[in-house]
Design a binder for this molecule. Sequence first.
Ligand SMILES: Cc1cc2nc3c(=O)[nH]c(=O)nc-3n(C[C@H](O)[C@H](O)[C@H](O)COP(=O)(O)OP(=O)(O)OC[C@H]3O[C@@H](n4cnc5c(N)ncnc54)[C@H](O)[C@@H]3O)c2cc1C
Length: 380
Amino acid sequence: MKLRVLVLGAGFGGLELSTILSESLGTELDLTLIDQHDSFFFGFSKLDVMFGRKPADAVKIPYRHLVKPGVRFRQETITAIDPVAKKVTTQNATYDADVLVVALGANYDLAATPGLAEGGNEYYSFAGAETLRNVIPQFTRGHAIVGVCGAPFKCPPAPSEAALMLHDYLLKRGVRDACTISIVMPFGSPIPPSPDTSKALLRAFEERHIQFIPQRKVRSLDPSRQVVMLDDGTEMPYNLFLGIPKHVAPEVVLESGLAENGWIPVTKTDLITRFPGVYAIGDVTSVGTPKAGVFAEGAAKIAAASIIASFRGNNNASVYTGAGSCYIEFGEGRVGRVDVDFFSGPKPHGIHHEPSEMLVVDKDHFGSSRKARWFGIPTR
Ligand SMILES: Cc1cc2nc3c(=O)[nH]c(=O)nc-3n(C[C@H](O)[C@H](O)[C@H](O)COP(=O)(O)OP(=O)(O)OC[C@H]3O[C@@H](n4cnc5c(N)ncnc54)[C@H](O)[C@@H]3O)c2cc1C
């Protein structure tokens, strides 16, 4: 008998989980992977697109490359999830499964920050990054603010990366002296689990005259006065606003009854929801790791192990440590890395790796190895 699995969302988590199940179960697997888009892209490629380092088309990997035993991809929009019946509806069809895996990621609520859509920009969506590609070249003087509008948000290093990359961009164009850059962040330090990485980033900000404003969020923008309002009432004038919008679970998840307090609660042992046979992995959960691809991938490994163990009638021996490595663009052609572990110790702990040109190669390999594993595209 084949195991019928429905994987909702072909992002970091969904792709890794489908790959493991295909490798492990092969012809015993009948897996349908559903995503609304025709291609995958890495979150970090949005930084490449917004600063014009790569064309938008060059960073997209079409799902047609995904050919795996037991796996079929469907480009459809999911409109309803029934976690009790394990039934999923899309605009085209209805699907039933023995096991359901929700890996639908996080969406953005621009309206939660008044003035953001009208008077600012965001670089967290692909469309936002593409728009900024044409907006940033027009910024030649004044104040740029990289501002977080809500927490939790994806990839905690990404605001620091945007500020450092903007510095390099403006320097290269000879206009850096006419511009100031600030970052507004809700944390006390750039990367709270790693004091060493935070110190390195704060040093990099200081050297580049980038102002770091901790413990604050952006509440609203007033485009008519070109002013950003923070959550403590402080007003900051701006000429360019690069926003990190408030994150929300996709509407279809919120309507399904799976979410509590905005996100899907799951067990740390095997990423299962309160509904039997229904798993959730990645950004859509409230498991306690940051919203980042590496953690979605780690969760996929544990959920896949649990699915395989229960199909075989075994116990799941894998332990979810909430560990992952995040690469950080430090500018000047260097990349740093922080290896974070959220669950093995008494508190989250991060190990800092100094920025270097060698880690640029490492980051490149991180991307190309996933392209090879998930899509069969050979590494260079
Ligand atoms: C600027 C930026 C930089 C980043 N850099 C890094 C980094 O360096 N390292 C890192 O690990 N992470 C990084 N991230 C974060 C990373 O991209 C996400 O955390 C990761 O993609 C989450 O994986 P996921 O599988 O949970 O969700 P996603 O990868 O977001 O996948 C969810 C999928 O569900 C699909 N979907 C949603 N709703 C529906 C629907 N109704 N019907 C059908 N399909 C639907 C979406 O199309 C999407 O493909 C970055 C993010 C940003 C914005």
